[in-house]
Design a binder for this molecule. Structure first.
Ligand code: IMP
Length: 403
């Protein structure tokens, strides 16, 4: 058995949620390997909307165990809120038997959030989610980080003090109040509940991967990867499939194919280039029809035509095996649709409905075939509507866990 990795192939918000939900139902373990509460995943439970940020997508399935890996960062306060909301929606507590946090995951504390806000006020702002994600990874690399496994330890106070002292001059230079040792310690004390969820196994999936189905869930998208994305307008973690091995951590030889999710158009939140951006009525319409407003921040997302030059790079870098083309229905009713290919816009006739009867609309099929030729990978499924059942498999659904 090998275990699939789901990632976004654009700038996040590709609609990974739907396919993740479908597969999570069959998985024993759902593992997040990067990012923190900058991500936003909308789920509907009994007609009630719930937005999750840090927890993996298996939390709604009673049989699934969810793991937040060491490649992730965790804001304890935000995680607690999520756990409470999910428990309430499910009608049963989301306890440590369903959710584990690797002891090596770094904690996002008030000082990180203050630093993120500070940076966003400077000329070098990139439009972050202001959740303190970047500064948490910075402090990790700087060896000042505080980890989930430090909670309750005798040395934590010294670590928190060193962290606050290290970044105090930066806040002072911007004439901002210090994020004090006391305030950060208060947050750490408040986070002691998290200890019950912390696991300390060094290689948690080494044996598990032999006989229990796992699903590796990436956050954000390939083009926001700190190494391979559109730097500096990127997030601060590795969002590519390759980081599943270290961020989970997961045995390399047990990793399976990559399921890459791409929207039928493209959206981006925050600054950075968007070559196909639509600043007109068509862009407005797509934003509205697609509900393109940030799940985490509520910001309107920038909208553009699908960029096949970028998609091809993302597919290659992440070694994508199956593409799921999501939200194709959002473009239904457009007279004409465009793609960027080899630097130029290519025009396609629009479609009224993505699916006619039991097959894809002919114009839409042409669009899909062009995408496949341009990027060199098959589009396995197409998103045809908001509901979980609105997914059209072009052939039969592959066995994503096959060897
Ligand atoms: P950060 O991750 O908060 O540091 O933000 C860095 C960049 O990544 C900004 O452009 C954000 O808008 C973007 N970003 C981070 N997380 C997401 C996400 O889940 N969806 C879309 N964009 C994201």
């Amino acid at each position: 058995m090998r275990h699939p990795i789901i990632i976004g192939l654009q700038y996040g918000d590709e609609g990974k949620g739907k396919i993740t939900d479908i597969l999570a139902e069959h998985a024993k373990w759902v593992i997040r390997f990067n990012g923190g509460n900058n991500a936003g995943h909308t789920i509907w439970i009994g007609g009630k909307k719930l937005v999750t940020h840090s927890v993996p997508s298996g939390v709604m399935y009673p049989g699934a165990r969810n793991y937040i890996g060491p490649g992730c960062v965790v804001d304890p306060q935000s995680l607690r809120k999520e756990i409470e909301e999910i428990s309430q929606a499910k009608g049963s507590p989301l306890g440590p038997e369903h959710l584990s946090v690797d002891y090596r995951a770094h904690l996002t504390l008030p000082v990180h959030i203050a630093l993120d806000a500070m940076r966003e006020k400077t000329a070098n702002s990139i439009g972050t989610t202001k959740r303190g994600i970047g500064p948490t990874y910075v402090a990790k690399m700087d060896r000042y980080g505080v980890r989930a496994g430090d909670l309750g330890s005798s040395g934590i106070e010294d670590k928190v003090k060193a962290l606050c002292d290290a970044y105090a001059p930066l806040l002072a230079a911007h004439k901002l109040p210090a994020s004090t040792h006391e305030d950060n310690m208060a947050a750490v004390r408040e986070a002691e509940w998290l200890q019950a969820y912390v696991t300390r196994e060094e290689a948690p999936f080494y044996d598990v991967a032999r006989n229990e189905r796992c699903l590796l869930e990436g956050a954000q998208g390939a083009l926001l990867d700190v190494d391979h994305g559109s730097y500096p307008f990127v997030t601060s973690s590795n969002t590519m499939s390759g980081s599943a091995a270290s961020g989970a951590p997961f045995p390399l030889s047990r990793l399976g194919g990559v399921i890459g999710i791409a929207k039928a158009y493209v959206t981006r939140v925050g600054q950075g280039e968007l070559a196909t951006e639509l600043n007109d009525a068509t862009g407005e319409r797509i934003r509205k029809n697609g509900g393109e407003f940030g799940a985490t921040t509520g910001r309107p997302r920038r909208v553009g035509w699908l960029d096949l030059d970028e998609l091809r790079t993302a597919v290659r870098l992440s070694d994508t095996r199956w593409i799921v083309l999501s939200k194709a229905d959002v473009l239904s009713g457009e007279k004409e649709v465009f793609c960027r290919y080899q630097g130029k816009l290519v025009r396609f006739e629009g479609w009224a409905n993505v699916v006619n009867g039991t097959s894809l609309d002919k114009n839409f099929e042409k669009y899909v075939e062009f995408i496949e030729r341009a990027v060199g990978v098959a589009v396995t499924a197409v998103g045809t509507g908001a509901d979980r059942s609105h997914l059209f498999w072009r052939k039969s659904q592959p066995d994503f866990w096959a060897d």
